[in-house]
Write a protein that binds this ligand. Structure first.
Ligand code: M6R
Length: 514
């Protein structure tokens, strides 16, 4: 048995099976399912009915693949609250949690729904509903290019995906800008509903949440309405103030993150409309949302997200522009300015990717630090959250992101001679404030790596020796360029430390458990 997920009542089932004389070989919840299946199979002599009895009894989240020596030409698949898809090949069949695992073999797939059970044979799959009735499954065609899920000469998927960002961002933006206007033809939200919106919640996990933090700042500025951002794992237990007048924007690369999915369902049950920003077409979050905006990042294989983050970010900013225009809260001049800068972003990202020498040098100089702080204000704080997560997840260095204004409320006591502080100073309106925070930590002996825009780098060089400089763009879009050197810094540091960059320890690409 292959099991993805968690069986919540496994202890109780285990006690029952032990009382029946079953001997266990491991401590896993997965073995409990396998043993329970063997138990019912022994009683019924029929594998399919034994599977249904198991599914009736187990609680929790699971995607199951079941093989038995008594069924040498087939296997059984079942799911509840964990992703599972079926792949139809020529003379072969597949099950997988993520489409990227099988696109090399087939792009003809179906998504299994909760309660369904599939009997899978080479070249033939029969699906049954929760009551055991045979049913027809809708097929989806995955149009991702197979080569996009291969390394194509790069040492790591992460590096390849960093390099693919200009193209991914271009593909996400350009079909949605027509004659200088943001056009979301796929949106079903009515203009009157958008104009009447009282509140927006952005809900997500990890890097997708960090996109939401940028979104909170930018959407509040563009819409002049309250925008809240919450971690999905907190939102679902927080009893949030959500009702029919709330729009919940759910962000997820995989479209399968369990906490995000649970938050979506809860918000829906409270009457909110759900608009999701998702990368994987047909994924669970996409299917359960009222509206979906797809990021056209293509398959992302490395656990550390890069191009999905970047495409989510531009899409959320475009949404802010679109809503702001309908609400009349964004001036025509600022609207055109942002659209113009959006269109220019891919070329500017390419320029950042062409100048990596300084980043490589700084990574070689600082890779053996044990603790690194990212500081910044406003959008630079949001950027620091992402830069710090990127570095810690792939290099295993302890990193923290702090809002610079909070330093003197505690964190500054951690700064001593040689502590590395990555100071983010790309948000123009607060440049001077950020500069004084740099002076503060420098005075306590910190080594500084500063990230700023080309227009400010000369000024900053009077205070800081190590400067990474990025092209200027509209201030609300600056994190789209700022994140690229931070991704590369994390990558090169992890490379020096000999880490498993694409598959960092203890992490999974799609987090389908709570
Ligand atoms: O697929 P999702 O966007 O819902 O995933 C959310 C997080 O698990 C994900 O962003 C995670 O934090 C990444 N490993 C960060 O690089």
């Amino acid at each position: 048995m292959v099991h993805n997920g968690i069986i919540e009542n496994y202890m109780e089932i285990k006690e029952f099976l032990v009382s029946q004389g079953v001997r266990f070989r491991s401590e896993t919840d997965t073995e409990v399912v396998a043993q329970l299946l063997a138990y019912y199979y022994g009683k019924t002599g029929d594998m399919m009915s034994a599977v249904y009895r198991v599914l009736d009894r187990i609680e929790g989240a699971y995607a199951l693949g079941i093989l038995s020596a008594d069924m040498p030409d087939s296997f059984i698949a079942a799911r509840k609250d964990a992703p599972l898809l079926l792949g139809y090949g020529e003379g072969c069949s597949f099950i997988a949690s993520d489409v990227t695992a099988i696109i090399k073999h087939t792009r003809d797939i179906s998504y299994m729904e909760d309660g369904e059970v599939a009997l899978v044979k080479a070249g033939a799959i029969t699906v049954f509903d929760a009551l055991g009735r045979q049913m027809e499954k809708e097929h989806s065609f995955v149009d991702w290019d197979v080569s996009a899920a291969e390394k194509g000469g790069y040492a790591h998927f992460m590096f390849k995906e960093i390099m693919e960002q200009p193209e991914a961002v271009r593909k996400t933006i350009s079909p949605r800008i027509k004659e200088g206007r943001v056009a979301f033809e796929e949106l079903k939200l009515e203009p009157d509903y958008i104009r009447g919106l009282k509140k927006i919640f952005i809900v997500a996990c990890g890097s997708s949440y960090h996109v939401g933090v940028v979104g909170k700042y930018n959407l509040e500025r563009l819409l002049r309405r309250p925008v809240d951002v919450m971690l999905a794992s907190e939102f679902r237990y927080a009893d949030p103030l959500v009702d029919e007048d709330t729009l919940v924007i759910v962000i997820s690369q995989s479209g399968e993150t369990l906490d995000t999915m649970a938050a979506l369902r809860m918000a829906k049950s409270l009457g909110a409309r759900i608009l999701s920003i998702v990368n994987v077409v047909g994924s669970s979050i996409a299917r359960e949302s009222d509206d979906v905006l797809y990021t056209w990042a293509g398959p992302e294989i490395a656990v550390a997200t890069t191009k999905a983050y970047s495409t989510q970010l531009v899409l959320l900013n475009m949404l802010g522009l679109y809503f702001g225009d309908l609400m009349g809260s964004v001036s025509p001049a600022e609207y055109s300015d942002i659209v113009w800068e959006l269109l220019d972003l891919p070329a500017k990202m390419e320029r950042v990717l062409e100048n990596t020498e300084e980043i490589k040098y700084l990574a070689s100089r600082y890779f053996n630090h044990n603790s690194i702080f990212f500081i910044g204000r406003h959008l630079d704080y949001a950027l620091g959250l992402e830069g710090s997560l990127k570095l810690k997840e792939i290099s295993y260095i302890h990193c923290e992101a702090y809002a610079s204004g909070e330093l003197k409320h505690g964190t500054i006591s951690l700064i001593e001679n040689g502590t590395l502080v990555v100071a983010l100073c790309t948000y123009a309106p607060l440049f001077e404030k950020s500069l004084s925070n740099i002076v503060e930590v420098k005075a306590r002996g910190a080594d500084i790596v500063a990230l700023t825009t080309n227009s400010r780098s000369r000024e900053l060089s009077k205070t800081v020796e190590n400067i990474l400089s990025i092209p200027d763009t509209h201030m609300l879009l600056q994190p789209s360029l700022g994140v690229v050197p931070l991704q590369l810094f994390a990558y090169y540091v992890a490379l020096h430390r000999g880490c498993d960059i694409d598959k960092p320890r203890n992490l999974a690409k799609s987090v389908t458990v709570e």
